[in-house]
Write a protein that binds this ligand. Sequence first.
Ligand SMILES: Cc1cc2ncn([C@H]3O[C@H](COP(=O)(O)O)[C@@H](O)[C@H]3O)c2cc1C
Ligand SMILES: O=C(O)c1cccnc1
Length: 358
Amino acid sequence: MSGHHDHSHHHHDDGLPSLDEIRRVLPELPGPDLESATAALQREQTLLKPAGALGRLEELVQWLATWQAKAPPELTHPRIVVFAGAHGIAAQGVSAYPPAVTGQMVQAFINGHAAINQLAELHDADLRVHEMDLDNPTQDFTQGPAMNEAACARAAAYGMMAVEPGLHLLCLGEMGIGNTTSAAALCAALFGGPASDWVGPGTGVDAEGVKRKIAVVEAGLAANPSALTDPFEALRCLGGQELAAIMGAIIASRLARVPVVLDGFACTAAAAVLYKADPKALDHCIVAHRSAEPGHTRLLAAINKRPLFDFDMRLGEGSGAALAIPVLKSALACHLNMATFAEAGVAQKGERPAGAMH
Ligand SMILES: Cc1cc2ncn([C@H]3O[C@H](COP(=O)(O)O)[C@@H](O)[C@H]3O)c2cc1C
Ligand SMILES: O=C(O)c1cccnc1
C-alpha cells in the first residue's frame, strides 16, 4: 500500500464551499442512527459473555453502527488519509527538523518508507497522501493571518473531497513541519489559557525551543485578534492547509456516514475547531491515542474525548489512528462471530441449575 498521491491545484473554483457555507452546514449534519445502535446493542446482549465484559470493545461496535448507520457495521474498507501542508512559521525555528522535511516525508510516504506505510499495509487500509501546495506555505502568523478566506476554504474543500460514501472508517493524519506550533496557537485561541499550556516539544525541540514556540504562539495571538472571535477564523489565522483539510474531511465523513478516527495533537486541534463551533460535530469521531505532546491531554479534556490508548507516541502522520484499526476489527470480529448463549447451549446469568431443588 504505497500511497496514492496528488497535488491540490490552487486555481479558483466557484463550486467550492466558503467558510460561511461550512459554518451553516454544521447544524444540519446527520445525527446518530439510533435504530442501528439499538440493533447492534440487542445482538451484543445475546452474545456468549458476561454482560458488558468486552468493555470498550462493545462501545466501539455501537459507535461504528451508530455512525455508519448500519447494523451490524462493517470494517473491510478502512482508509487512512494523510494531509501534508507547509507552514510559514516553520522558518522561525519552531521545529527540531527543517521545513524541507515535509516534502521529503511525502516522498517517503510514496516510497512506503514511513511508519504509517507499515501500519496501513499490516491492517489492510487504503493509504492516501494528499500534498497541499507545499511550494506555497501559509503566511507566518506572527505577521498576520496564515491564510486568506479563499485559501482556507479551498483547503477545507480539498479535505472534504478525500472522503466518499462506502468507506467504513477514516483515519486522519497530518504532515507539516511546524504544525505543533500552529496547533498550539489554535488551541490557545479556541480554549484560552497561556501559550505554555499548549506548547510542547513537538518533534523534540529543547527548552530554548519550547520558549521560542511559546513566544511565536503569543505573537500569533497578538497579531490575529480576530482569531478569538470565531473558531473558523482561528483556523484561518493560526492553522494550516493540512489542518483545514482535516476539518473538511471530518465534516464530509459525517455527511457520508463514515466514522472517523483522529490521531494526535495536531489532528485533534484541527477537529477542535468543529467542536468549538458545535459540540455535537465530533460525535462521529474517536481519538485513538493520547499523544505524548503535553497539550493533547488538555485538549482532550476541552473536547470531552477519552482516547483508546496511551502509548507515549508523538509521531503524527496518522500512526496512532492506524493502530485503532486492529482494535476496531477485534471488536467487530467478536460482535459478528461469537455465538449467542442459545446457540452455544450455555446457561444464562441467574438461570436455575438443571435439576436444582425448589
Ligand atoms: C521524519 C519525520 C516524520 C514525521 N511524521 C510526522 N511528523 C510530525 O512532526 C511534525 C510536527 O512537529 P513540529 O511542530 O515539531 O515540526 C508534523 O509534520 C508531524 O506530523 C514527523 C516529523 C519528522 C521529522
Ligand atoms: O501528537 C501529534 O500529533 C504530534 C506530536 C509531535 C509531533 N508531531 C505530531
